[in-house]
Ligand binder design. Structure first.
Ligand code: KG4
Ligand code: ZN
Length: 337
């Protein structure tokens, strides 16, 4: 079963053809990073306009790369939310039109569920149930994942998302946007122990996070150390270590409380080398299996959307997209159970 996936929730226009939820035949991602760079963040109106320009060529390219024609596609999966409404509507409307034009089924997929399923596109897939940490520019969420379509929400950040903290600290230090990649590169040259930034565990038993305090601590350090430009690598290494400590602790704790033998980290920040390393080590020490998507599937992409759509569309009694379906901007959070 070949599913065309489409993603346009933020600043990436992406399309992908995935077979049976597993085999990526193509994955095209047109990023708008350069467009938004001068503003230090995503400008929603500019994002929507760029998606409109890109959606047709990106989908065409995904079909060409996969070596398939429109008639070979069995169904369409498209991101329905959360994200920027104007941006989401471009992919969503396109997907509806594409599916109705061909007379094939389609389904609107939750972007966060897409990230959770991205881990099944890599070599070693986790066994259910597993504990998952979703860390991106907009979210820092913990889940107890029972199936491809059933993730129980366990906790989230109270303020900044982990990726947002990376982006804001990079901005403070004039390192450019988006900050995660720059910081992780620079941090590898720094001493993570030179400056001790706070570890916001909050209640160690709880599954919520807070990263605005670490960000403020970096700001205060910069303000009180006029010579800070001499040791920017040490500052970002110290910052990264504080964030990674907390993320690692909470994911392992979630796995232990839920008695999971498998853990996964997904989302843009899952590309962070130090986080991947520390989670891998922490898992090995406890006999837990650690899973993470390939780097190119950590950030926003349409392969994860196609894979998620597959798990709904493969079920003859599963839900289907309806003509009146609309996008949504905010995450649908289930109550902790
Ligand atoms: O999942 P994603 O591509 O988009 C959202 O849905 O938010 O995540 C983007 C976020 C940005 O905040 C970016 O700075 C962060 O992921 N990021 C990283 C790294 N690569 C991207 N953060 C830390 N280390 C990285 N290597
Ligand atoms: Zn994302």
């Amino acid at each position: 079963m070949k599913i065309l996936g489409i993603e346009s929730s933020c600043d990436e226009t992406a399309a992908s053809v995935v077979e049976d939820g597993k085999r990526i035949l193509s994955s095209v991602v047109a990023t708008q990073i350069e467009l938004h760079q001068p503003y230090g963040g995503v400008v929603p109106e500019l994002a929507s306009r760029k998606h409109i320009e890109k959606i047709v060529p990106v989908v065409d390219q995904a079909l060409i790369d996969a070596g398939v024609s429109r008639r070979d596609i069995d169904g369409v999966a498209v991101t329905r939310g959360p994200g920027l409404v104007g941006a989401l509507l471009v992919g969503f409307s396109f997907a509806k039109a594409f599916a109705y034009g061909l007379g094939i089924p389609w389904i609107g997929v939750d972007h966060l569920e897409g990230h959770l399923n991205s881990v099944f596109l890599s070599e070693s897939a986790p066994e259910f149930p597993f504990a998952a940490l979703l860390v991106s520019g907009g979210h820092t969420n913990l889940y107890y994942v029972r199936s491809h379509t059933d993730a129980v929400f366990m906790g989230q950040t109270r303020d900044d998302a982990a990726g947002e903290a990376f982006d804001k600290v990079a901005k403070m230090l004039d390192l450019g946007y988006p900050g995660g990649v720059v910081i992780s590169r620079l941090a590898s040259q720094g001493d993570p122990a030179r400056i001790q930034f706070p570890r916001p565990y909050l209640d160690k038993e709880a599954f919520d996070f807070s990263f605005s305090g670490v960000k403020t601590a970096v700001k205060r350090y910069i303000e009180t150390h006029p010579d800070y430009t001499d040791h920017v690598a040490d500052i970002v290494a110290g910052f990264q270590e504080a964030v990674v400590d907390v993320l690692t602790f909470k994911l392992i704790h979630a796995a232990e409380v839920k008695q999971c033998r498998n853990i996964a980290v997904v989302g843009g920040v899952a590309a962070n080398g130090r986080l991947r390393q520390r989670l891998g080590e922490a898992a090995t020490e406890r006999g837990i299996r650690f899973h993470v998507p390939d780097i190119e599937l950590c950030g926003d992409n349409a392969a994860m959307i196609a894979a998620t759509g597959y798990y709904y569309l493969v079920d003859p009694n599963g839900p289907r997209g309806a003509f009146d379906d609309d996008v949504y901007s905010r995450a649908i959070i289930q109550p902790p159970s």
